[in-house]
Design a binder for this molecule. Structure first.
Ligand SMILES: *[C@@H]1O[C@H](CO)[C@@H](O)[C@H](O)[C@H]1NC(C)=O
Ligand SMILES: *[C@@H]1O[C@H](CO)[C@@H](O)[C@H](O)[C@H]1NC(C)=O
Ligand SMILES: *[C@@H]1O[C@H](CO)[C@@H](O)[C@H](O)[C@H]1NC(C)=O
Length: 545
């Protein structure tokens, strides 16, 4: 800026001419220090000159020079503002001070020179605005800790007003951010970010003039893109939801299960509810996982493919009764961070290879009971052996399938008189049975593993007390074996006839003996009718009667 120099030179010249012409018309003025409001209209009075002469009437001539001289014009001794509609007095463009000089000529000779310094008074004619590069979308890791700075915005105001920044609390994501120092524009994280729930947030920021009465403001919406950080643990699939917590699905690892048989060997196991598979909880990172069996591999009987999680059975199970099931603990860990892992259970059940259905080796089992008052008696068969109604399962070396369940229902006769144990032994409520009862029952053997069934019937006869149990279906047993109720009735009638005859004979014999002993008997009677005897018991007739 040369202005000070020029001012200095003007001053020098002024001093020189001051001495030359003392009583000049150009004299009487002074340096002008004035103010004008920003955006003032043209013609606005800046200052009145104090010089002695009148430029219109006398020989003096005034001349405006200097850098900003064209912002002024003279009207007599008044300096006015020279602005126009298209040329506004803008402090933000011109700066705060306008500088010019006023030279006064008298007879074309410079007589005096005055400085003009006009301060433009600021008007709040500018809104704040955000610097574009400070409100660009941001990419922030979800692992950013709360209370750290997320980003800083910056707004400008043409009038140089002080700006305060604040977030719009009414927006959905407002709770994630705050501004601690209102003048800083520093946006602080107020709540943890979570990529798994929200991948993008919007924060609305106001920049407001603090010191003006207009309180002009600017608004900017900054998009915060959340980047997936490695904060989630692997999760076995399919994950079984337990409950929903906000936007989070809280779920547990599934329990995998598979059925194998004793013959399986060197086979890949296909588990339900799906193959053994885990996924990194960080869906955007999906770090590779490594699988291993933590426990239960039974010395290498089971192996796992560390990459795919596929489990294979290497050695067959020799005896499923000794090893009916296995429980394996499977771990899936992040390759890059083994501390991030998850454990699931895989159950392996050993089933029998069900090639044969169970069967009974008889269609009808013969059972006997001896009439008695005992509440429970084992039903026997020929030779008084305990009757065992047992189905044979050729899937088992000894033919005995422990998973067979026996049930029994009466085909004839009443219910609840018989009960079958799980060993195939039939128990009867003997106290409710009578000799010559005969009941036919159906026995059903169900293989609980395969659901296959076998049927047989049990034909039970109740024998009389003391009656021997037949030795076999072919000998003496035929007599009783085929005995039916009619025959039993016949026998009973026969026994009755014999009994009647015996009774008859007995009575007859007694009669005969009485007739033979009559004289003695009569004596005894006479003796009994002795008067003394009669007299000795006068009241006895009542007793006798
Ligand atoms: C007023 O300003 C305009 C535009 O710059 C200029 O052309 C004009 O000469 C000025 N008037 C005076 C009296 O200086
Ligand atoms: C395994 O076998 C049991 C009984 O037979 C059956 O209930 C179950 O559904 C089977 N499980 C699988 C995974 O096949
Ligand atoms: C039928 O099976 C039983 C065992 O349940 C056995 O003791 C018996 O000898 C078998 N009988 C025949 C004819 O196979």
């Amino acid at each position: 800026m040369l202005t000070p120099w020029r001012l200095f030179l003007c001053q020098m010249a002024l001093n020189i001419f001051y001495h030359i012409a003392k009583a000049s018309l150009c004299l009487g003025g002074q340096d002008i220090f004035a103010t004008v409001r920003e955006n003032s209209p043209t013609g606005e009075i800046i200052a009145n000159l104090g010089i002695n002469g009148d430029p219109g009437a006398s020989s003096i001539r005034l001349c405006l020079t200097g850098e900003n001289a064209d912002w002024f014009y003279l009207e007599g001794r008044t300096i006015r503002l020279n602005s126009s509609f298209s040329r506004i007095l803008d402090r933000e463009v011109l700066g705060s001070v306008l500088i010019a000089a006023l030279t006064c000529y008298e007879d074309n000779i410079i007589r005096s020179r005055y400085r003009i310094m006009v301060e433009i008074l600021n008007e709040n004619d500018n809104m704040p605005y955000f610097l574009e590069d400070t409100i660009q979308p941001r990419y922030i890791s979800e692992l950013l800790t709360v209370n750290s700075m997320v980003f800083t915005v910056k707004a400008r105001d043409g009038d140089g007003d002080t700006i305060t920044y604040m977030t719009d609390k009414s927006t959905a994501d407002a709770s994630y951010f705050r501004i601690d120092l209102p003048n800083s524009g520093m946006v602080i994280l107020d709540k943890p970010l979570d990529y798994e729930t929200k991948t993008q947030l919007q924060v609305v920021i106001f920049a407001v003039e603090t010191t003006t009465k207009e309180k002009y403001s600017a608004t900017a919406t900054v998009t915060v893109n959340v980047l997936d950080g490695d904060d989630q643990y692997p999760q076995f699939q399919p994950c079984a939801p337990v409950y929903v917590d906000g936007d989070h699905n809280i779920c547990t690892n599934p329990v995998y299960s598979v059925n194998i048989t004793e013959t399986d060997e060197d086979a890949v196991l296909y588990f339900s509810p799906g193959p053994i598979h885990a996924e990194d909880g960080d869906k955007d990172i999906l770090t590779p996982l490594v699988y291993s069996i933590l426990s239960g591999d039974d010395n290498g009987r089971f192996t796992i493919d560390s990459k795919t999680g596929e489990i294979s059975l290497k050695q067959r199970v020799e005896n499923r009764l000794l090893m009916p099931s296995f429980s394996l603990r499977i771990m899936a860990a992040q390759v890059n961070d083994p501390k991030k892992y998850s454990v699931a259970t895989a159950l392996v059940h050993v089933l029998s290879k069900n090639r044969f259905p169970p069967f009974f080796n008889k269609t009808v089992y013969k059972g006997f009971l001896i009439e008695s008052s005992s509440p429970a008696t084992l039903v026997t068969t020929y030779g008084n052996q305990v009757l065992v109604v047992q189905a044979i399962d050729r899937d088992f070396r000894d033919g005995i399938n422990p998973k067979i369940h026996y049930t029994m229902q009466p085909l004839t006769g009443s219910n609840k008189l018989y009960h079958i144990t799980q060993d195939g032994i039939v128990i009867a409520r003997t106290d409710r049975l009578r000799a010559f009862d005969r009941h036919i029952l159906e026995v059903i053997a169900t293989d609980e593993e395969s659901g296959e069934t076998a049927h047989a019937s049990v034909d039970i006869e109740v024998l009389q007390r003391g009656q021997p149990v037949p030795r076999s279906p072919f000998g003496e047993e035929r007599l009783f074996g085929d005995m039916n109720v009619g025959m039993a009735g016949g026998i009973a009638a026969l026994v009755l006839i014999v009994a009647v005859i015996v009774l008859f004979l007995f009575l007859w014999l007694i009669k005969r003996r009485r007739e033979r002993r009559d004289p003695a008997d009569r004596g005894a009677v006479a003796l009994g009718k002795h008067p003394n005897v009669e007299a000795s018991s006068p009241s006895s007739p009542h007793h006798v009667l």
